[in-house]
Design a binder for this molecule. Structure first.
Ligand SMILES: *[C@@H]1O[C@H](CO)[C@@H](O)[C@H](O)[C@H]1NC(C)=O
Ligand SMILES: *[C@@H]1O[C@H](CO)[C@@H](O)[C@H](O)[C@H]1NC(C)=O
Ligand SMILES: *[C@@H]1O[C@H](CO)[C@@H](O)[C@H](O)[C@H]1NC(C)=O
Length: 183
């Protein structure tokens, strides 16, 4: 009886961690090269996130001992920009963890499937609460050139992700709001 329960628990644990496993993550992630602004233009469809728009992040190190990621996005529910500040308690050669101060859908672990520090990345995010992987595509430039757009699409397809299933956080509203990080 006990053995069955233990085996059941092991199976359940395997299932839980399996949901968030990133296959073929990069093995040389470098947080210092990652710092700066990224426009998170594409994301996987998700009821809550589909209400957002014009998302970008700023990764920086206010001193040499702590790393911060500030997430900003237009939130249609409040019709204004929202900001969430996350600390990065840990990073390794595949990505980093995000620890947002107030309870948030952004708590979790980011791992990179592809990263070109000067142009774009494909990230997979495992939210602590949901334990499912979500895909995001970030660009250094909100107006990437044709080659960058094509390279990002190719990298998505190399990772088995269909570009056409992703949603954009780059509506004409973003032009109107002229969303620009306060640098
Ligand atoms: C961080 O480290 C660099 C060199 O390693 C040093 O030049 C700089 O002053 C340090 N900054 C702070 C805020 O400690
Ligand atoms: C958007 O705003 C609503 C209303 O304040 C809030 O409940 C929701 O958590 C916000 N979404 C995000 C992702 O911050
Ligand atoms: C975002 O939209 C602008 C025009 O509003 C466009 O120039 C830019 O290329 C778009 N970015 C991406 C990654 O599609």
């Amino acid at each position: 009886m006990q053995l069955i329960i233990i085996l059941g628990l092991i199976a359940k644990l395997a299932l839980v961690s399996g949901d968030c496993e990133v296959e073929n993550a990069v093995s040389n992630f470098d947080y210092n090269k990652f710092t700066g602004i990224w426009y998170i233009v594409y994301h996987q469809a998700n009821e809550e996130e589909d209400k957002l728009d014009c998302a970008y992040l700023n990764a920086y190190s206010p001193d040499n001992s702590s790393d911060i990621v500030s997430l900003r996005y237009y939130n249609d529910s409040i019709r204004s920009f929202d900001e969430r500040i996350a600390t990065v308690p840990h990073f390794d050669n595949t990505g980093f963890e995000l620890d947002v101060l107030d309870p948030s859908i952004w708590n979790g672990r980011v791992q990179f499937a592809t990263i070109d520090y000067k142009r774009f990345y494909i990230a997979k995010f495992c939210a602590t609460v949901l334990r499912t992987l979500r895909v995001y595509v970030g660009y250094r430039d909100r107006h990437p050139d044709e080659a960058t757009l094509n390279d990002a699409k190719k990298a998505l397809s190399d990772n088995g992700i269909d570009f056409d299933t992703l949603k954009s956080w780059n509506s004409s509203r973003c032009d109107h709001l002229n969303y620009k990080p306060d640098q």
